[in-house]
Design a protein around this ligand. Structure first.
Ligand code: ATP
Ligand code: MG
Length: 248
């Protein structure tokens, strides 16, 4: 049984067909690339999988359970985590507290000094492990808004991992990053896969996609136009046309 199975997924926004009958599946511990020109429907696909909008048509099953009518919190509890195209941590909290809050523990700033029942050693221990796994040790006490974008993106991934997902949806994690930052991020994504977590990766950087993914799904104008290995995708005339068409 695939980890995720999307069948015949469509989404209309006021007459605009953002997704049109998209089907594919993703396996456990696989990094599946999702590419396509701007406006192809990639983020919409993630929004529907994570329950932000219901689909207009189609089905999604996750670990054999139908999820397309569930709410975001139910879907994240079942084990689907995500990051957003634009990073959105709590800007005024430090890295450690951002991860703590993401793991579902309440945060009461005014009580912080007097008593902090939620800062239990076992919970903090989990947070520390995540900080180490995501390479954030040096930044643990820094306030999110002061962090460079590459570190903010890691923090977003740490926050998504805090809910112990089986599938992670990453929307352009290397967008806006310098070359070295994106190399480090690729390494982190590889480690996540090695821990048995499936990853759907939206990415504009072809080098990143080609290096990380054995299989890629290509969307254009809401439809799936191709699916295959990086070599197959690179030489697919429809894919080349979709990208060239957007440049003119
Ligand atoms: N909430 C919404 N309401 C109305 N239209 C929307 C909404 N979200 C997306 N769209 C439209 O759906 C289409 C697909 O958008 P989407 O954001 O999914 O594309 P994308 O592939 O993620 O593009 P990009 O590479 O630029 O991030 C676009 O035409 C967009 O304007
Ligand atoms: Mg997008």
């Amino acid at each position: 049984m695939p980890l995720l199975e999307v069948s015949g997924l469509s989404k209309e926004f006021d007459g605009l067909r953002a997704l049109d009958g998209v089907s594919f599946s993703a396996d456990q511990a696989e990094i599946l690339g999702v590419i396509g020109p701007n406006g192809a429907g990639k983020t919409t696909l993630f929004n529907i999988i994570s329950g932000i909008f219901p689909p207009s048509n189609g089905k999604i099953s996750f670990q054999g359970k139908m999820i397309h009518r569930l709410k975001t919190h139910q879907i994240s509890r079942l084990g689907i985590g995500r990051t957003f195209q634009l990073v959105r941590p709590f800007q005024n909290l430090d890295v450690e507290t951002n991860i703590l809050v993401a793991s579902g523990h309440p945060y009461y700033p005014s009580f912080r000094k007097s008593f902090a029942p939620f800062r239990k050693p076992e919970i903090l221990g989990e947070v520390q492990k995540l900080i180490d796994r995501t390479g954030l040790r040096l930044y643990a006490r820094q306030i999110a808004k002061n962090l460079p974008l590459g570190i903010k993106k890691r923090l977003e991934i740490a926050r998504a991992l805090a809910l112990k997902p089986h599938l992670l949806l990453l929307d352009e994690p290397s967008g806006g990053l310098r070359f070295e930052e994106s190399v480090q991020l690729m390494e982190l994504i590889r480690q996540i896969r090695e821990q048995g977590i499936g990853v759907l990766l939206i990415e504009h950087n072809m080098q990143v996609i080609m290096d990380l993914c054995k299989r890629i799904v290509v969307l254009d104008h809401g439809s799936k136009i191709a699916e295959g290995s990086p070599e197959e995708i690179r030489s697919n005339p429809q894919v080349i046309q979709a990208y060239l068409g957007k440049e003119s």
